[in-house]
Ligand binder design. Structure first.
Ligand code: 0A1
Ligand code: ZN
Length: 877
């Protein structure tokens, strides 16, 4: 375990590499404990670098066995090698080759970075800086090389050998039980996109012909015996390929595209060139083991990794500060894909829920950073909601500002101008400037500073003049006093209180979009016959917090009449938030307000529930406790929030009971209906289960009976798990019996047991901390598997606000212990878990003190990893 004061890396210090590596030939002889890597690098001085500079290659935890320059072994006094670098004091000022031999122990690699062997499979993870754990290298994204990889292994242990690019040859190693495969990737890439896999794996495959006429073999590799669970992922790859051709004109560029599912993986998945490696949770699906949410996530992540082939691989990042260049853009692309595959309106709601749940709190807490950070101590801690999700919102705003046609032209230009290079955010914006003739310098400010902007809007109607005025003011908390105003696209319209849309004109609204680019501005609509309700930020056109003085009645008008579905949902959420925050703050009880809300939802359900069940399910799902906390902002008391939310659910459940029960009947699938994971079937299940949640909130007895019946009759995991989740909130024997039965049924299904761990970790009761400690000893739990840890401890700390934030600090202690226990083996996952402490400063004083002392305990521990030390220091700063 290394402890270092992490050197800070700064964007302003960027300079090109002094050397380049044109070609890499790797020979990897796999062995569980004694893997040998021979790397032959074709190096040359970089004309853009410093002439005569020493060659300093990165390394991490490496053992050097041999080193030759142009075929000659190097004298010991000409280089210096240690575990973390290899320096050649003087190298030729011409092209030369370096051959480096290193030894690795993949079984001992519990960090899951570099080459590791787990559950019997060899695989790699090189982003952001894992390649240096395989061989010494210029491990930076602006050094692009053409790779040829020979992989050798015991044939029985690893019959499947996969590399980047196209397969070249394969065969037996004469006189041994070993075999080999050679792969060649013709497209230059940075080391972080390198991958190899070796293991016993089953395969499903299908052919695809690209729009350029290339025949591609798409294959998905999974654990033996799970072939039938790979079909959905395979289909999602094919749909992604076809969509990227249609939507962005991007075709695939190799003869094979391989996806491999592994069970021990730090993140969701990885876009290695031609060889995407996935956390198996985002590949494996069957009706009995995966929920509708799982199917949607698989589709989205398969698409995300595939889309990286252009946004990330063909055009990569100059340095890690430009991470949003590939991640924000690729999230935007996968969101568009999912919107086209499913309901656009419902998907937008899901995107915004996710942004508010993860990115808004991050941006309001101690770990806030710009979408393009200016410095970092540990880059692996910057794969954040801000870089990914806020990064995607910036791309979406750009499209809103310039329009779809110009956006597509700008994307074409970006790919054409930067293909085969390592680019920057400036290069991206330049492409759009080139096709539109616009200056995007002010828009670029979105990348530069942290903090969620606020836009306050005041509307006033002049009945005599028949004009309606909207006054806007933007502020930027967290961005610094000198922060210039942002360019904020506001999609808006006016809605009449009795229904019809008001068709009023304002010259400054173009295609429904007003651009606020000053600190303050006003907009006047002419010929407005009656006082309207403004519908602002339609489709969530900018990632801001909106402050408007609209009362509940006006919001319920939007729920009824707004042609923008997102804002209908938003209106219902705002009313619910208003009711809950009023209760938490002890404001005058809004009996009448709650009744109006129940009435409005009832009318909505009568009119529309069956027409669009997926949308109706979103309308019924109240803002989370986290949303309420985010709205309240300071001195947070999670118990008060939970009780306000429970009360509102109870009210809705009681007030809508008859309708919800009928809906459940109407939405039930006729017996024998074959399972379909598509959006419409999933939407029906979602609404049926949202109804169950509310009914159970108001009436435990009916809820228990319905949930038990649903579990007994379930033909798919969505319904079974929703039944179990409803029971989990109702203490008693029925719950424990259902949990036990579930564990027994899925005893051999780790990914399903993850759901079981998570449901228990989220029980909002005093016994939960003790329950989690018991479950940490369950035979299916393993600290070495990131999915298990995230299911049990991650769900607890992120999705159980009352118990994680227990006033006695027992929740914080549990997280701190887990972070420390994990730090020695997998610092990356430990650091990520620890980010749950993020909102600690916004808690009420008692909990704040408890959280702070848990954080300080972690930080004071000797021998912390750089990953955890970095999160700890920044959290306390
Ligand atoms: N580029 C991947 C995310 C990823 C990042 C880091 C990893 O290991 C530390 C693994 C995956 C993506 O965006 O999907
Ligand atoms: Zn990505």
């Amino acid at each position: 375990m290394r402890t270092e004061t992490p050197p800070t890396v700064r964007l302003e210090d960027y300079r090109p590499s002094d050397h380049l590596i044109d070609r890499v030939e790797l020979d990897v002889r796999l062995d569980p404990h004694d893997t040998r890597v021979s790397a032959t690098l074709a190096l040359r001085p970089n004309p853009a670098g410093r002439a005569g500079a020493p060659l300093v290659l990165d390394g991490d935890d490496l053992t050097l066995l041999g080193l030759e320059l142009d075929g000659q072994a190097l004298a010991p006094d000409t280089f210096r090698a240690d575990a973390s670098s290899l320096t050649l004091h003087a190298v030729p000022q011409r092209p030369f080759t370096l051959r480096i031999e290193t030894r690795l122990d993949p079984t001992a690699n519990t960090r899951l970075m570099g080459l590791y062997r787990s559950s019997g499979v060899y695989s790699t993870q090189c982003e952001a800086d894992g390649f240096r754990r395989i061989t010494y290298f210029l491990d930076r994204p602006d050094v692009l090389s053409v790779y040829t990889t020979r992989i050798e292994a015991d044939r029985a242990a690893a019959p499947v050998l996969l590399g980047n690019g196209n397969p070249v040859e394969a065969g037996a190693v004469a006189g041994t039980d070993r075999h080999y495969a050679v792969w060649h990737d013709p497209l230059p890439k940075p080391a972080y996109l390198f991958a190899l896999v070796g293991g016993r794996l089953d395969r499903v495959a299908k052919g695809f012909t690209t729009m350029e006429g290339r025949a591609v073999e798409i294959a998905v590799y999974v654990e033996p015996g799970k072939r039938d669970r790979a079909a959905y992922a395979l289909d999602a790859v094919e749909r992604s390929m076809a969509w990227d051709e249609r939507a962005f004109g991007r075709a695939y560029d190799l003869d094979v595209f391989n996806v491999v599912a592994v069970s021990d993986f730090n993140m969701g998945a990885m876009e290695n060139k031609g060889l995407n490696i996935f956390n198996d949770k985002f590949v494996l699906a069957s009706p009995d083991t995966a929920t509708d949410t799982d199917y949607a996530a698989i589709e989205a992540i398969i698409a995300h990794e595939y889309f990286h082939n252009w946004s990330g691989n063909r055009v990569t990042c100059r340095d890690w500060f430009q991470l949003c260049l590939k991640e924000g853009l690729t999230v935007f692309r996968d969101q568009e894909f999912s919107s086209d595959m499913r309901s656009r309106a419902v998907h937008r709601i899901a995107e915004v829920r996710n942004l508010r749940a993860r990115q808004f709190p991050e941006d309001a807490g101690p770990l806030a950073h710009p979408v393009r950070p200016k410095q970092y101590a540990e880059i692996n801690n910057f794969y954040t909601a801000t870089v990914y999700e806020k990064g995607a919102e910036i791309v979406r705003m750009l499209r809103t500002l310039i329009g779809e046609t110009a956006f597509r032209a700008g994307m074409d230009r970006y790919f054409a101008d930067n293909d085969g290079t390592a680019a920057t955010v400036e290069d991206f914006l330049k492409a759009f400037e080139a096709v539109t003739g616009r200056d995007l310098a002010r828009f670029a400010e979105w990348y530069e500073r942290p903090g969620t902007p606020r836009v306050a809007v005041f509307g006033s109607y002049d009945a005599a003049a028949k004009t309606y005025r909207l006054a806007f003011r933007q502020t930027r908390p967290g961005a610094g006093a000198d922060a210039p105003p942002l360019v904020i696209p506001i999609r808006l319209g006016l809605v009449g209180t009795d229904g019809p849309l008001i068709d009023a004109a304002s010259g400054r609204v173009e295609d429904g979009v007003f651009v606020l680019d000053a600190a303050e501005d006003t907009l006047t609509f002419e010929n407005v016959a009656a006082e309207p309700v403004p519908s602002l930020f339609r489709g969530f056109s900018a990632p801001v917090r909106v402050e408007s003085a609209l009362d509940a009645a006006a919001r319920l008008t939007l729920l009824r009449h707004d042609p923008d579905s997102f804002n209908r949902w938003e209106a219902a959420q705002r009313v619910a938030l208003g009711l809950m925050t009023a209760q938490v703050r002890g404001d005058a009880p809004e009996e009448a307000g709650a009744d109006d809300f129940v009435g409005a939802l009832g009318a909505f359900l009568d009119g529309e529930a069956l027409r669009d069940p997926a949308f109706a399910a979103q309308i019924l799902a109240l803002p989370s406790e986290g949303d309420v906390a985010d709205e309240i902002g300071t001195e947070i008391d999670p118990d008060a929030i939970a009780s306000a939310r429970r009360d509102l659910r109870r009210r809705l459940g009681a007030g809508l009971r008859a309708r919800l029960l009928t809906l459940r009947e109407e939405l039930a699938e006729p017996a024998g209906t074959p399972f379909s994971p598509d959006a419409s079937a999933a939407g029906r299940r979602a609404l049926r289960n949202a109804a169950l949640d509310l009914i159970a909130a108001a009436d435990a007895e009916t809820g228990t009976a319905l949930a038990q019946a649903q579990i007994a009759a379930a033909t798919n995991m969505t319904d079974r798990l929703a039944g179990l989740a409803a029971l989990a909130l109702l203490p008693g024997e029925a719950r424990e019996a259902a949990l036990a039965a579930f564990a027994e049924r899925y005893a051999d299904e780790p990914l399903v047991l993850d759901k079981w761990f998570a449901i228990q970790a989220m029980i909002p009761e005093d016994g939960t901390v003790a329950r989690i400690r018991r479950l940490q000893g369950h035979p299916a739990f393993a600290m070495t598997n990131p999915n298990r840890v995230r299911s049990l401890v991650g769900s607890f700390s992120l999705a159980n606000p009352t118990q994680f934030n227990r006033a006695d600090g027992a929740g914080y202690a549990l997280l701190a212990e887990t972070v420390l226990a994990l730090d020695g083996t997998n610092p990356q996952v430990a650091a990520r878990l620890m980010t749950a402490f993020g909102p600690w400063r916004r808690l009420e004083p008692g909990r704040r003190a408890q959280a702070e002392s848990a954080l300080r305990r972690i930080v004071a521990t000797q021998g912390l990893s750089r990953d955890v030390a970095d999160i700890g220091t920044r959290s306390l700063a």
